[in-house]
Design a protein around this ligand. Structure first.
Ligand code: AMP
Length: 230
């Protein structure tokens, strides 16, 4: 190849590069993680927990968050400092938020700080897909649609402090959703591996469940996973 072609080729590659860049400045995410957590396992750690001001949440999975992600596992965060949580946009959802997206950190509060953290860190990175109201509503509706606790109970997996095989939990969720979930365990006060968080994946418009392009690392014991009472 003649050297005289080099500037032309460089120009061509620069042109292709510019075309492939998102000129709006916000990189569209590839998929979403929808993450739910078991409150019994959030609370059964050395750090413990505090119930939110309305009182102890019901014994059900709670939403942790809806997180835009890239296929390589990297994720954007805190994308828009000019978009604070605005409770007036979700005033009609607050009852559901308190029961289905409960804050369990101390000191006790209504949950505002937790929702604000999730919105600012994750929600602001998918604003082009889900505005603030749709972000929270989508997560609440997904939780209802999945009904994780009902799914596990139907498979005989009860939050009764008993132990279950990791594969039984994973298979029950796959049978109900059609997709492999990411399952995380934490270690409780009695040093057991316990069911902590469940990740499901959604397409880039947060419309349909998909197979996760990348699963979070599971730290669960394969033979003995405790499903704590709450
Ligand atoms: P994230 O930054 O979205 O990955 O969430 C992790 C942060 O959320 C950590 O600081 C956790 O302690 C906190 N967190 C997780 N679950 C809850 C909860 N139910 N209530 C309050 N904070 C939580």
């Amino acid at each position: 190849m003649k050297n005289s072609h080099l500037p032309l080729m460089l120009l061509w590659w620069a042109f292709i590069l510019i075309l492939s860049m998102d000129l709006s400045g916000a990189q569209a995410c590839h998929f979403f993680y929808f993450v739910q957590q078991w409150p019994g396992s959030v609370c059964d750690t050395r750090q413990s927990c505090c119930y939110p001001t309305p009182g102890k949440p019901s014994a059900n999975f709670g939403v942790h968050g809806l997180w835009p992600n890239y296929n390589d596992g990297v994720y954007p965060s805190n994308c828009d400092p000019h978009s604070p949580l605005d409770l007036s946009k979700i005033s009609d959802l607050l009852g559901r938020m308190q029961s289905e997206w409960p804050m369990l950190a101390c000191p006790s509060s209504s949950g505002r700080q937790f929702w604000q953290h999730e919105w600012e860190k994750h929600g602001t990175c998918s604003e082009s897909v889900l505005d603030q109201r749709r972000y929270f509503l989508t997560a609440l509706d997904l939780k209802r649609e999945v009904n994780l606790l009902g799914t596990l109970q139907a498979a005989g997996i009860q939050p009764d402090g008993g132990f279950y095989r990791f594969s039984s939990i994973s298979n029950a969720i796959k049978a109900a959703t059609g997709h492999t979930s990411g399952i995380q365990c934490n270690i409780g006060e009695d040093k057991n591996s316990q069911l902590y968080q469940v990740y499901l994946c959604l397409d880039s418009s947060a419309n349909s469940f998909i197979d996760c392009p990348i699963l979070p690392r599971s730290s669960c014991n394969s033979d003995r996973v405790a499903f704590l009472a709450f």
